[in-house]
Design a protein around this ligand. Structure first.
Ligand SMILES: [Zn+2]
Ligand SMILES: [Zn+2]
Length: 204
């Protein structure tokens, strides 16, 4: 296999893994296992992201499994290209996911990614598992067109808010804010229960 083809195959493998891991290892597991617990904690509190050390560790573990296996099957050059493609897409996913929560969109793709991912967070946690692409959701029939996404005000990313905490006019066609701004302990524990049961947070 040419190295370019192997790199593309690696990238596509990540894309499928992004869907599969997110849906089956994180949401379907409802908090069983580290990956699920970490991810559902991010749903309970959208400002929470797993520490980079844990992510590097899981990337290193995956590499330690995938690289020798591909090497044995297809030789060194192809194995290195395949693994590189996979890791590059994984890194891209990490950056794009984090930025979706922390930075405003800069183009049509970024706008789609945010609406789709926030529909997953705030509308239907068992839909739109793909973050960087809708391909596998379409294949598995778990894709929703996000439409106008209702965001609980207490969970709204700061990039969509004006200094008074209201939705910036630029995003009026994409989002609707609902509920109170402040979070109390009741909200916190209810948000955690909802996240671990794959229920959307209540916009109270
Ligand atoms: Zn997220
Ligand atoms: Zn999720």
């Amino acid at each position: 296999m040419g190295t370019i083809l192997a790199t593309v195959a690696g990238a596509l493998s990540w894309s499928a893994a992004e869907y599969g891991l997110h849906r089956f290892a994180m949401h379907e597991m409802r908090g069983k296992g580290l990956a699920s617990r970490e991810h559902l904690s991010h749903h309970a509190d959208v400002t929470y992201f797993s520490p980079t050390s844990k992510k590097l560790l899981s990337a290193a573990t995956t590499t330690a499994v995938v690289l020798p296996a591909a090497w044995a099957l297809r030789g060194r050059r192809t194995a290195v290209a395949y693994t590189t493609g996979m890791l590059a897409m994984y890194a891209t996913y990490e950056v794009l996911h984090r930025r979706a929560h922390t930075h405003p969109p800069r183009n049509a793709y970024g706008r789609w990614l945010r609406r789709s991912h926030f529909h997953h967070h705030f509308g239907s946690p068992m839909r739109n598992h793909g973050v960087t692409s809708p391909v596998w959701d379409v294949v598995a029939r778990t894709y929703d067109d996000p439409g106008v996404v209702t965001v609980p005000r207490r969970m709204a990313p700061t990039w969509m808010l004006d200094p008074d905490g209201e939705l910036l006019p630029a995003y009026a066609g994409d989002y609707l804010l609902k509920g109170r701004r402040r979070l109390d302990d009741t909200d916190r524990s209810r948000d955690r229960d909802d996240a671990f049961a794959n229920r959307a947070p209540v916009p109270a």
